[in-house]
Design a protein around this ligand. Structure first.
Ligand code: FAD
Ligand code: NAI
Length: 464
């Protein structure tokens, strides 16, 4: 069979690339080594984690805020088995949706490991190995969890996010190595169910790639949930014996600590995944971190082969992979698409949620750029008082001379949805005053964005 384009990997990068290629009239094939389509995101990432975050948030609210809202119930009991079952149902329905989309767009799906025989021939492993002839190839093979050389992930007590999404029991004490996005999201899931959570983070703040204010505020909120933190601590030994795990770490000051628990979640980042592709057969180059090297058109050093998503440089996010899938399809079709990487938002689905777009204050300082800051706390919002979601704030950074918004950072209820307003404003290069003068419905959480812009533009918020 001969195709115009063959895509290896069916995560958000691969399946979106396939759909866009098909929409543009290309004969398209997609290869996935697992039985279900959707990649990390749909199977063991974005979707299952959000399903468990939603279930546990309901449970937490039932146990904590219902009474104050005037809802009298007996002490709620969690049923982890049912939560996992519901999560599996959500995953299945979402993955089935991708099958439907492949069918609808007449994309041929091959299951098996895709490997390069040469630059125009891909072999697909399986009971009956197949060979695909293709004009162009898009590599979208994603990433896998990283670990440290001295840690043996046994998948039982010393686990990654994949196992943490499928536990059979609520841990008594989960030790989390890495206070990044996975650590804080999955830590929240189990903290809400009653687990003690200890986070050991190498740097001096959690979610360290985001604006420092966000890390500080999230740390305060999650401490209320019972999280315990060891920041600026380097882990040097992790062992499991029977049902117990032990994590040893040393602070930057040289103090040593041993933490004992029953599960250890290793969430120190992810690594690009290229195993099985036989890149050596086509001479594609990778950088030191194992990421496939690409130019600004996401083209590898072999001109008919492109790479997108987690397997190339940049944020490891589903929507970044999707944008890149679209960009490559449109480039192949002769169009001139563009991605503004600065405006790819980042979200942490804890409660309060954290969401961010543009530059952080630390980055602006590093660039030596003159900027103004405006903040507004959730606790001054009528909407937040009504819903009892008082934790959080909106922080807007704007250019000191032109007032152009350079960054928006939100921690609080519904931040994940609100950040789209920041993306839109920045895409159209709005000034803080532009946003401050727009009518924002009352009472909404979005009023905090308007007020933070008022604070940034002329330091004249109305409600504080
Ligand atoms: P992947 O989704 O990793 O897909 C790659 C696919 O390629 C896989 O299905 C793999 O089996 C297949 N493959 C690999 N090699 C071969 C081969 N040789 N032949 C055939 N198939 C192959 N991002 C967000 O934006 N929002 C979130 O809320 C979010 N939550 C997350 C939660 C967790 C717990 C994790 C782990 C990740 C989360 N992410 C989230 C990150 C997101 O999942 C990834 O950024 C995204 O899946 C990357 O998409 P991709 O298409 O590049 O690769
Ligand atoms: P991460 O990069 O977000 O966080 C890893 C954390 O581990 C960092 O804070 C880092 O400083 C710390 N760390 C690294 N080495 C360490 C060590 N030796 N000891 C202690 N701490 C150490 O990576 P994470 O959380 O594993 O997630 C992987 C990827 O998945 C991220 O890039 C993220 O973009 C994506 N993801 C996105 C989500 C979202 O968009 N909501 C949710 C979950 C994952």
């Amino acid at each position: 069979m001969k195709y115009d384009v063959t895509i290896i990997g069916s995560g958000p990068g691969g399946y979106v690339a396939a759909i866009r290629c098909a929409q543009l009239g290309m004969k398209t094939a997609i290869i996935e080594k697992y039985d279900t389509l959707g990649g990390t995101c749909l199977n063991v990432g974005c979707i299952p984690s959000k399903a468990l975050l939603d279930s546990t948030e309901h449970f937490h609210n039932a146990a904590t805020t219902f009474k104050e809202h005037g809802i009298e119930i007996n002490k709620p009991k969690s049923n982890l088995g049912q939560m996992i079952k519901r999560k599996d149902g959500v995953v299945k329905a979402t993955c089935d949706g991708i099958d439907y989309l492949m069918n609808k767009n007449k994309i041929d799906v091959f299951h098996g490991v895709g490997s390069f025989k040469d630059k125009n021939t891909i072999t697909v492993s399986g009971k009956k190995p197949q060979e695909i002839e293709t004009d162009k190839v898009i590599i979208a093979t994603g990433s896998k969890p990283s670990s440290l050389p001295f840690i043996k992930i046994d998948k039982k007590r010393i686990i990654t996010s994949t196992e943490a999404l499928n536990l059979m029991e609520i841990p008594e004490h989960m030790i989390i190595i890495g206070g990044g996005v996975i650590g804080m999201e999955l830590g929240s899931v189990y903290a809400r169910l009653g687990s003690k959570i200890t986070v050991v983070e190498f740097l001096d703040s959690i979610i360290p790639t985001m604006d420092k204010t966000m890390g500080k505020e999230l740390q305060k909120s999650t401490k209320k949930l019972g999280f315990e933190f060891y920041l600026s601590h380097k882990v040097y030994e992790v062992t499991a014996k029977g049902k117990q795990v032990s994590v040893k770490a040393e602070s930057t000051k040289g103090d040593k600590v041993e933490i004992k628990g029953d599960y250890c979640l290793v969430s120190i980042g992810r690594r690009p995944f290229t195993d099985g592709l036989a890149l050596e057969n086509v001479g594609i180059t990778s950088d030191k971190a194992g990421r496939i090297e690409v130019n600004e058109h996401l083209q590898t050093n072999v001109s008919n082969i492109y790479a997108i998503g987690d397997v190339v440089k940049g944020a490891m996010l589903a929507h970044k992979a999707e944008e890149e899938g679209t960009l490559v399809a449109e480039s192949i079709a002769g169009q001139k698409p563009h991605i503004n990487y600065l405006l790819i938002p980042g979200v942490v689905y804890t409660w309060p949620e954290v969401a961010s777009v543009g530059y952080t204050e630390e980055q602006l300082k590093e660039q030596g750029r003159e900027y103004k800051t405006g903040s507004f706390p959730y606790k001054a919002l009528g909407r937040a008082r009504a819903s009892m979601d008082l934790d959080g704030l909106v922080k807007v950074l704007a250019d000191k001379q032109t007032d152009e918004i350079l960054g928006m950072h939100i921690i609080g209820a519904r931040a994940a949805d609100m950040i789209a307003a920041g993306v839109t404003a920045m895409e159209y290069r709005a000034s803080a005053e532009d946003v401050a003068r727009m009518s924002h419905a009352h009472p909404t959480y979005m009023e905090a964005v308007k007020e933070a812009c008022l604070a940034a533009t002329e330091n004249r918020p109305i409600h504080i």
